[in-house]
Design a protein around this ligand. Structure first.
Ligand code: TXA
Ligand code: MG
Length: 313
């Protein structure tokens, strides 16, 4: 594995073109990339991550022309979303052009991170990339996170520093009549509805019964430590945190500890969860936030990390 300070886009693009795996930064989280049009290369992604084979990969493009031959229908709403939010942290699911895969839809995103865009351009093919973590671990927001999970399984890691957003992209299914948000992210429901009107959003409870997005079935974002999310009025949450027994195996984390606002909390959340494991923490209690705007995405990841263990005070 080569992990250099210099970002060698040409070498990384060659690696992608010759069927290898390159981890690269995006504005959301680091991705584990392979040539999306090379089935054998994509199979390596599944093997490296330990990802279940029924969980489809999203494709990353650098130019809307790359949709040609891959998706069969672009709805009016999808067009509006692409125009407003690409490049950026929004994955759109389209009907696929039939090409012998087991999935009849394809998720596509145009990332904003210049390293990601340069890599896709230089490779000249769409790059399939899930988050570059071992399946079930918190998504990686630094090159060091990638190296810790997949260091010996990737050909190259491009180090672009910490990711801006820190949470995976919003996923919206535009393959049916009414668009459905399958995963909340930094492009919020509010931003989407302001642009294209009402959309649906799959709740976790409904997703547990009949997962629309295969990824919803699997345990996600889980650190080894037991996580409890505490929700309630700020003063009550603080009081509860203060009352907890003091121990070097127990950690309490407030929004203030993660930067004091939602953007900072999103950017630091996965790193916080990984640090708990590194430090041998057994129990972590985290202050929850209101489920609106970016708070919806933060709580979505946090509640999964906590395996639905939420304490209301
Ligand atoms: O921000 C991101 O989206 C990152 C960066 C690297 O771009 N990628 C990422 O990929 O989070 P992944 O594979 O970890 O998550 C993609 C999610 C999964 O839950 C997957 O099940 C869902 O999108 N998904 C992908 N294709 C789908 C499809 N055709 N229909 C429904 N859900 C799909
Ligand atoms: Mg993932």
């Amino acid at each position: 594995m080569r992990c250099s300070g210099m970002i060698d886009i040409a070498k990384a693009a060659e690696t992608i073109k010759s069927g290898g795996l390159v981890a690269f930064p995006t504005e959301t989280v680091y991705g584990l990339g392979a040539n999306a049009l090379d089935a054998a290369a994509c199979a390596k992604i599944y093997a490296a991550k330990g990802r279940p084979s029924d969980n489809p990969l999203i494709m990353h493009i650098s130019d809307a022309a790359m949709l040609d031959g891959i998706v069969s229908d672009v709805s009016k709403q999808a067009k509006a979303l692409m125009q407003a939010f690409w490049p950026g942290p929004l994955t759109i699911i389209f009907q696929s052009v039939p090409r012998g895969t087991i999935f009849d839809t394809t998720g596509i995103r145009m990332p904003k991170n210049p390293i990601a865009l340069d890599l896709i351009k230089a490779a000249g093919v769409p790059i399939a990339a899930p988050s570059a973590n071992i399946s079930g671990r918190p998504s990686p927001t630094t090159a060091a996170h990638v190296a810790a999970d997949l260091g010996d399984k990737v050909d190259m890691i491009l180090d672009g520093g910490p990711c801006d957003v820190g949470l995976e992209s919003t996923v919206i299914d535009c393959s049916g009549k009414v668009p459905v948000i399958l995963r909340p992210g930094a492009i919020t429901r509010e931003m989407i509805e302001q642009l294209i009107g009402p959309v649906d959003m799959i709740t976790e409870a409904a997703a547990n019964e009949a997962p629309k997005s295969p990824g919803m079935k699997y345990k996600h974002y889980a650190p080894r430590a037991k996580v409890t999310v505490i929700i309630g009025a700020a003063a009550d949450v603080r009081k509860k945190l203060d009352e907890l027994p003091k121990s070097d195996k127990i950690r309490t984390v407030t929004m203030q500890d993660m930067g004091g606002n939602l953007d900072a909390m999103a950017a630091n959340l996965f790193d916080m969860l990984r640090k708990c494991d590194e430090d041998g923490i057994e129990e972590v209690f985290v202050e929850g936030v209101a489920e609106k705007g970016l708070g919806t995405a933060i709580m979505n990841r946090l509640i999964k990390a906590a395996s639905y263990n939420v304490l209301k005070v």
